[in-house]
Design a binder for this molecule. Structure first.
Ligand code: AIR
Ligand code: ASP
Length: 281
């Protein structure tokens, strides 16, 4: 990491220039924030666990044909990803009542919602990521109806698949937040991709038997045991985090021998968005 210039400094991750054009290195920090940065702490080992969990999930999503930015994990805290233009929409999908939904509608946390419910927030920390309607998305020119439909379809499919994956290891996926981005090909043609991370930082995960929270709510609500529960999620998914040695090991040298994922790139080449102007933000 030392000597590298960050391209983007997020709350839980930093992006660095990648070894090849069109690639970036995503570094997972131990920093945790909640309530739009009002609550902050460092959770030892969180970045290492989230790097592993997110790698595992993105690999499974690649297997079922969800185009995404993940190329490969480089070391304990870093992964190589495609550089995408992030669409500034936080896509939230809810299966059970929790969090801000429970507050807004005075609903009982834990109640099933009755089918996946998708909500959108504007990704803008200064504004506190406000909820937005589809009409705001078009008014602010964040994406067009075709792209939003594609986002919805991917979101439903990801939610269905991950609900089953987690259920298989005794975990309920109550809700999660997804981010999407665009990768432009040589002709300026945009391809939609799932981006960011999927980990207990942006999902609500409940133990099916005990109802215990196994996600960032442990930090938000001062429940303690954050990294222990994150590690338990990794264990249940069958992921070895190498946590016994991890604090002692510096990130490895960046591996520049990148194996591209041609199948993922090909899967995007749908003529759907042909009307989009090349390079449109
Ligand atoms: N989320 C939203 N902004 C940041 C994150 N991580 C995730 C939460 C939760 C879902 O979006 O982790 O899984 C819904 O959050 P809320 O607060 O709107 O109930
Ligand atoms: N990640 C956001 C924040 O830092 C929201 C959250 O996860 O609670 O405030």
């Amino acid at each position: 990491m030392a000597g590298r210039t960050p391209i983007y400094e997020g709350k839980a991750k930093t992006l660095y220039e990648g070894p090849d054009p069109g690639t970036l290195i995503q570094y997972f920090k131990d920093d945790a924030t909640a309530f739009n940065n009002k609550k902050k702490d460092s959770i030892s080992g969180k970045g290492v666990i989230n790097n592993r969990i997110s790698e595992f999930i993105f690999e499974r999503l690649t297997e079922i044909g969800i185009p995404n930015h993940f190329i490969k994990r480089l070391n304990m805290r870093e992964q190589l990803i495609y550089a995408v233009e992030i669409i500034p929409i936080e896509v939230i999908v809810r299966n059970y009542v929790a969090g801000s939904f429970a507050e807004r509608f005075k609903a009982e946390e834990g109640e099933p919602i009755g089918g996946p419910l998708i909500e959108f927030c504007l990704k803008d920390d200064k504004l506190g990521d406000p909820f937005i309607a589809e009409e705001h998305i078009y008014a602010f020119d964040l994406c067009d109806p075709v792209e939003l439909e594609e986002i919805r379809l991917h979101t439903i499919r990801i939610n269905d698949y991950l609900s089953g994956l987690f259920r298989g290891c005794g975990i309920r996926l109550a809700d999660m937040k997804l981010e999407f981005g665009r990768q432009y090909d040589e002709t300026g043609y945009p391809m939609l991709m799932l981006a960011d991370e999927i980990s207990p930082d942006n999902c609500r995960l409940w133990d099916i038997k005990t109802g215990e929270k196994m996600d960032k709510d442990r930090f938000r609500r001062d429940l303690g045991g954050v990294s222990e529960y994150y590690r338990e999620v990794a264990n249940r998914l069958g992921i070895s985090t190498g946590m016994n040695t991890m604090e002692l090991v510096e990130p490895e040298e960046v591996d520049t021998d990148i194996e591209k994922k041609p199948t993922v790139r090909k899967a995007h080449r749908k003529p759907k968005l042909a009307s989009r102007k090349p390079g449109k933000k």
